[in-house]
Write a protein that binds this ligand. Structure first.
Ligand SMILES: *Cc1c(COP(=O)(O)O)cnc(C)c1O
Length: 662
């Protein structure tokens, strides 16, 4: 067991965290709310990995390296001042650089610490984020470490081949391959790139040998092995005997035999394994690496001349900052990950008297998640009716049910709240039934519903410090929560939240020296009722609501963090909300920053055309209708031009809400 690089873990390692009742107040003693409280409330130090912090002024700052910091709010303000519209994604290439360094230096430190005989050479699997700024930042930051790239399709390979890479850096070709893919990979070797073709299924070997002969290029190959070990968390199924990719032990030995017959044993250079993404439990990593290294040693014993042991991806990101094996977390650090891999490989190689291989990892998520932040402006707040005073009070004409509810409200105590709750739920049901039958008027219904909400609020207040909360009251916060309507599309910008319940830390960009007074859920501007966020990070579990400030005169912005892996390139055009504008930002000394590049989001026209329509066709159709409308006089003479101009302007406009900021 490597212990030297360990830091003590505080959180529990139990695989699923116990549900504990919601406690709303982080600051029960009514001491002034400080930025320290805010950092704790939103758990910024826990999930940010040091790349973001809450400043003394109560603003979220990006902190790409010691001494460099810039408030996100200032960056957004500058974007708005330039006349650009929100939402926007802020990208920080410096954070990618920092992550690449951190990963490589963690492995280097472990290698030095244990006196490991080989070195580390990572590859970045570009499927995690193929964006130019991401791939180029990884390639540039990784150059001196000979950190390479991994392609999983022809298109990805075409992109990777064009990158400037260290001559030793690996370019791994994973995924199922046709002849075109293989040829492109072989041409890559003639260009002086260290391209390694991974055999994902046995039949690919013949294909590769045939193409290599035809082109007269000596290939370098890896072989993917189906470990019986599995990952943990959401992608557990990626490993194990039923995995989609990889060869079994028998097929592995056949590859060696076949290459021996061809006198090409030296072309098999890598053993490749991958047990899935976001491995939450470090023990799974160790078990898998042990099995992989035993397999490596077995292949060497069979005569293969391997050089690289590729342990695949899986290095996690602690989205909720809980340091547990919960699916949105991980119970280890990057340093511990590197140390445990180096230690395990060394231990097995020593026992099997096999030279220490070059360790390759295909870490993707861990390199790119931190660099991107989605900025969502809050455009409106809706919620359960709060102010009974705004409604007509119950009088002798009010229905008895309304009077009953009023009585419940007045009489709630710490002793009877459960009974009161059940009565109120029953009364509300009756209220609605009576309304349907015509016995309750619309004003009575309004008052009854407001009374119901008031009852729930009163109960929520009574139980907020209780240790034990009855099951039926656990959802109270969610029912009472305000809906913060944010100018973004969940399906375009945070699709993993919708598709696989991924959690992303969400934090207001400023006012963090002010106590948030509201409990909120977030809804997007699509017409889809799934377009909402009702799960938020929590140290013990998942929270149903997010504490937020009452929006004031100044625009109120929320940041969704750690969104730069996978889902960053999966966005879908639901409701024709298109790609979001992006700002690439470099932080400079003295709290200053440069917006190096601003890329406007997709225009409505682009979204419409992507569905097979053509712009001239649309314009003609509108013009024809306008002509007809002139004739029937529904359109006033002289208005046609204005209508067509407005229409044309929207075609060229941003697909998100564009409010003039006053
Ligand atoms: C997706 C993928 C990765 C990336 O895994 P992360 O968990 O993002 O590091 C690595 N290797 C293979 C084969 C993959 O398919």
């Amino acid at each position: 067991m490597p212990t030297a690089l360990r830091t003590p873990r505080t959180a529990s390692l139990s695989p699923s965290r116990r549900r504990t009742p919601e406690v709303t107040a982080t600051n029960p003693l009514n001491t002034p709310f400080t930025t320290v409280d805010a950092a704790e409330l939103y758990q910024v130090p826990n999930w940010s990995g040091g790349w973001f912090r809450v400043s003394e002024k109560g603003a979220v700052e990006v902190t790409p390296s010691p001494g460099l910091h810039a408030p996100l709010r200032s960056i957004v303000d500058e974007i708005v001042e330039r006349g650009e519209s929100l939402p926007v994604i802020l990208r920080f290439p410096q954070v990618i650089t920092g992550r690449v360094k951190h990963l490589n230096e963690s492995f280097q430190a472990a290698i030095q610490e244990y006196g490991y005989g080989g070195h580390y050479q990572g590859v970045f699997p570009i499927k995690v984020n193929q964006r130019r700024v991401v791939v180029e930042s990884v390639a540039a930051a990784g150059y001196d470490y000979a950190h390479g790239l991994e392609a999983g399709s022809k298109a990805e390979l075409a992109l990777c081949l064009a990158q400037k890479m260290h001559p030793d850096a690996l370019l791994c070709c994973n995924g199922f391959k046709d002849d075109g893919f293989i040829k492109l990979a072989l041409w890559g070797r003639t260009l002086g790139k260290n391209v390694v073709i991974t055999i994902e299924k046995y039949s690919e070997l013949d294909r590769i040998l045939k193409q290599a002969k035809a082109l007269g290029v000596r290939p370098a190959m890896g072989v993917r092995f189906k470990l019986h070990a599995r990952g943990s968390g959401q992608w557990e199924e990626s490993g194990g005997d039923q995995a989609k990719f990889g060869l079994n032990a028998y097929e592995l030995l056949r590859v060696v035999e076949r290459l021996r017959e061809e006198d090409m044993l030296d072309t098999l250079v890598m053993l490749h394994t991958h047990i899935g993404s976001q491995i939450t439990d470090i023990r799974r990593v160790k078990v898998a690496v042990r099995e992989a290294t035993q397999t490596y040693a077995g292949l060497v014993a069979a005569g293969a001349q391997l050089k690289y042991l590729n342990v695949g991806g899986g290095l996690g990101v602690d989205y909720d900052g809980s340091k547990t094996t919960f699916y949105a977390s991980m119970n280890y650090t990057v340093k511990e990950y590197a140390a445990d891999i180096v230690y395990t490989v060394q231990e097995v190689c020593k026992a099997r008297s096999v030279p220490d291989p070059v360790i390759v990892s295909e870490s993707g998520r861990a390199l790119t998640a931190h660099h991107a932040v989605l900025i969502m402006p809050v455009v409106d707040v809706t919620g359960p009716t709060r102010d009974l005073e705004d409604l007509a009070p119950a009088d002798e004409n009010s229905h008895q049910i309304v009077k009953d509810m009023e009585e419940i409200l007045v009489n709630i105590t710490g002793r009877n709240y459960r009974e009161s709750y059940n009565d109120a739920v029953g009364d509300k049901q009756t209220l609605h039934n009576l309304f349907d039958l015509g016995y309750v008027t619309l004003p009575d219904r309004a008052r009854g519903e407001a009374l119901f909400n008031a009852i729930l609020r009163k109960i929520a207040k009574l139980i907020q410090h209780e240790k034990y909360v009855p099951d039926e009251l656990e959802d109270l916060q969610k029912v009472l929560a305000d809906k913060y309507i944010c100018n973004f599309s969940l399906f375009q910008s945070l699709p993993d939240n919708w598709a696989i319940q991924a959690l992303f830390p969400i934090v207001p960009l400023d006012r963090l020296n002010e106590k948030p007074t509201r409990q909120a859920t977030i809804v997007d501007i699509t017409c889809d009722s799934d377009g909402k966020i009702e799960k938020f990070i929590d140290l013990r579990d998942v929270k149903a609501t997010l504490p937020l400030h009452e929006p004031g005169d100044r625009p109120y912005y929320l940041g969704a963090f750690l969104m730069g892996a996978y889902q960053d390139v999966l966005g879908s055009a639901h409701n024709l909300f298109g790609k979001v504008s992006e700002a690439h930002v470099t932080v400079r000394p003295g709290g200053r920053f440069n917006i190096d590049l601003f890329v406007r989001g997709q225009k409505a026209r682009r979204m419409i055309e992507s569905m097979g329509y053509e712009e001239p066709m649309l314009r003609d159709a509108i013009e024809d209708q306008a002509d007809a409308a002139l004739k029937t006089k529904t359109l006033a003479p002289g208005q046609e031009q204005e209508l067509l101009e407005d229409y044309g302007e929207e075609l060229l406009g941003y697909t998100y809400l564009e409010y003039e900021e006053s």
